[in-house]
Design a binder for this molecule. Structure first.
Ligand code: PEP
Ligand code: MG
Length: 275
């Protein structure tokens, strides 16, 4: 069985959940809210967006990916320094654990938006298993803070990690043991596997998710993770191409999250496929 979830990033995306029949939001890119404004969004406005997304999902799960700023997504009010290779620089979970000033309010907003419901929170751009310990410590601090203030907490909290670097894919089993679920961010993972910029037209030919080496690498990752029992999804946008999506099913992926527009063609492909 193949399960289909949807990628989103704005409240406006949420009606597609019903239109596509997706089982939930497998990737909610929270940084969009950070990128459209001229300043850091307040805790209240973050919380309002997350609550709205949960309300509009009507009981279906929404997996919030904490802000992955840096790399191809830069915010005007943030100093990213002068990195020669920002895609490999200070971004995602790295920024969160090194300077928690931005992640702590975000976790606070997520915890209160999901009060009484299940919170699914997923961390981007993991490289090392120890980074999961660091972020869990920060999350625990926010949970304690909420408790001290008698705030209502989520009924359950599920923590996920994104596998988007070869280092994390190679040790995905160790990361799997520290989280409740994993999601392969194939857009970034392929970029670093091939050392080919995901946005550069000149190297597009070298960024080929159908390449045997890449598929074999994914298969190895999926197998390692499946031995741990931790669920794994694939949220990279290579699923735009039904043939590539079929190959991903071939290497063992059974849970996908894709842009709403890809869901129909993907489902038609799945119906005709003998895995
Ligand atoms: C990815 O890298 O595959 C991913 C889903 O995250 P983003 O495209 O936002 O980097
Ligand atoms: Mg990514």
């Amino acid at each position: 069985d193949v399960a289909i979830m949807m990628n989103a990033g704005l409240a406006l995306d949420m009606p597609y959940l019903d239109q596509t029949g997706a089982e939930g939001v497998g990737l909610f890119r929270t940084e969009l809210q950070f990128l459209i404004g001229s300043q850091l969004p307040s805790v209240a406005s973050q919380e309002a967006l997350y609550r709205e997304a949960l309300d509009l999902a009507n009981g279906k799960p929404v997996i919030f990916r904490t802000a992955d700023i840096g790399g191809d997504k830069t915010a005007p009010y943030m100093d990213h320094g002068n990195e020669v290779n920002p895609a490999m620089g200070w971004r995602g979970l790295r920024m969160a654990v090194d300077r928690p000033g931005m992640i702590r309010p975000q976790l606070r907003a997520l915890l209160s938006a999901a009060a009484g419901r299940t919170l699914y929170v997923m961390f981007p751009f993991v490289t090392l298993p120890t980074e999961i310990d660091d972020i869990r410590a920060l999350l625990d601090r926010e949970i304690d803070r909420a408790k001290r203030r008698d705030k209502e907490l989520p009924e359950a909290i599920k923590v996920g990690a994104m596998i988007e670097t070869p280092a994390s894919a190679w040790r995905a089993d160790l990361i799997a043991e520290k989280v409740d679920f994993l999601s392969v961010g194939g857009n970034d993972l392929a970029q670093f596997f091939f050392a080919a910029d995901r946005d550069s037209e000149r190297v597009q030919r070298r960024y080929d998710p159908m390449n045997g080496g890449f598929l074999n690498f994914l298969k190895n990752t999926v197998e390692k993770v499946s031995r741990t029992g931790t669920p794994l999804s694939y949220c990279g946008e290579q699923t735009a191409d039904p043939v590539t999506a079929a190959a991903l099913i071939g290497v063992g992926v059974r849970l996908f999250s894709l842009p709403a527009a890809f869901v129909g063609p993907f489902r038609r492909m799945v119906r005709t496929l003998d895995a």
